[in-house]
Write a protein that binds this ligand. Structure first.
Ligand code: KG4
Ligand code: ZN
Length: 331
């Protein structure tokens, strides 16, 4: 596996130009290493699956061009996968390994840095978009709050770990009230409420202390974070996290009832959130919940292969006119 977090870290977010350059640099060694670890040879491959979108177009193009070249050189079929379908299929890999079957129709929540989308996932497969964020994605809200408070990037993992030390009821954030589709999400109001909370206090010194910590050590331990994060800030983080979880789970429960879901799938980077997993286990949800393990929750190639496998069985191949699409929709 290759990670670009170190590259983007100093900028507090993903820089598109750097991302495509890193993809270009990593793609050949990563494929080689993946084959080596799997004990496989390129000659044993049945097809090449590639993400067609949505995503940063520069990065998508690197994968697309490489996949097409590989298929052309080896005479292999090409399979196009939607990134969001990949997130949904991340859970099927593990369910299969555990001998569990995901009963359909399922309600799938894809919750990441770019998406907060609720889909009905039925036999076919057939996808129907039930609700989506109207502004920030949940992961984006985590990342922006973390940046504001000097916690670096990405924000989700650190806020998740520190939230356990705060009081989730301390700051009474209000839940978003949606006009129109009640299954849509909104996180910009919460983000603004956090900003107001910060502006009403003198927090510059502690924010600077955290930035200084990050400069010394890009991966601080929980103890190191706690040493530069006073209780009121921990309470803020816990309350922010509780509100995000509430926004997500209350729509999941509503949507599951609406479609008569037989399974719930929670996937994408934010689905590795411990608070979310604990709360989902505690609530009386109407059907079994599937979470991918944390390494399959954030972006990875195995989930793309998992989504491609049924397409291979159906011989649903793409031709070389396939294009990378930044805003490719699943439904
Ligand atoms: O799915 P992903 O790896 O990439 C996208 O497709 O966006 O998701 C990345 C997002 C980031 O916003 C990151 O802050 C968030 O997932 N994330 C988390 C956690 N781990 C990653 N958010 C909340 N809690 C976590 N434990
Ligand atoms: Zn993703």
């Amino acid at each position: 596996m290759a990670s670009q977090l170190g590259t983007h870290f100093p900028y507090g977010g993903v820089v598109p130009e750097l991302a495509s350059r890193e993809h270009l640099r990593a793609i050949v060694p990563v494929v080689r290493l993946a084959l080596e670890r799997a004990g496989k040879d390129l000659g044993e491959m049945a097809a090449v699956a590639v993400t067609a979108g949505p995503g940063l177009v520069g990065s998508l193009l690197v994968g697309m061009t490489y996949a097409k070249a590989l298929c052309f050189a080896r005479g292999l079929p090409l399979i196009a996968v939607n990134h969001l379908e990949g997130h949904i299929y991340a859970v099927s890999l593990e369910a299969k390994r555990q001998g569990r079957t995901i009963e359909l129709p399922a309600l799938a929540l894809v919750v990441s840095g770019g998406h907060t989308h609720l889909f009905e996932y039925a036999e076919g497969p057939r996808y129907r978009l039930l609700g989506r964020t109207r502004d920030d994605a949940a992961g984006e809200a985590y990342d922006k709050v973390a940046k504001l408070l000097g916690f670096g990037y990405p924000g989700g993992p650190v806020i998740d770990r520190l939230a356990a030390f705060g009081d989730p009821e301390a700051v009474p954030f209000t839940l978003a009230r949606m006009k129109g589709n009640p299954l849509d999400f909104s996180f910009s109001g919460l983000k603004t409420a956090v900003l107001r909370w910060v502006q009403a206090r003198d927090m510059q010194a502690e924010i600077e202390a955290r930035k200084a910590l990050l400069k010394r050590n890009p991966k601080p331990s929980v103890e190191e974070w706690l040493a530069v994060t006073p209780k009121p800030t921990l309470d803020l983080l816990a309350s922010f996290q509780r509100t995000v979880i509430e926004e997500l789970l209350r729509r999941v429960a509503q949507a599951a009832e609406l479609i008569g879901a037989r399974s719930l799938i929670l996937s994408g980077g934010v689905a590795s959130n411990r608070g979310l997993r604990e709360e989902a286990a505690r609530r009386p949800l109407p059907c079994p919940v599937y979470f991918p393990s944390p390494e399959l929750a954030t972006d990875n190639a195995a989930m793309i292969a998992a989504a491609a496998y049924p397409k291979l069985e159906r011989k649903e191949f793409a031709d070389f006119s396939l294009k990378a699409e930044a805003n490719l929709r699943l439904a």
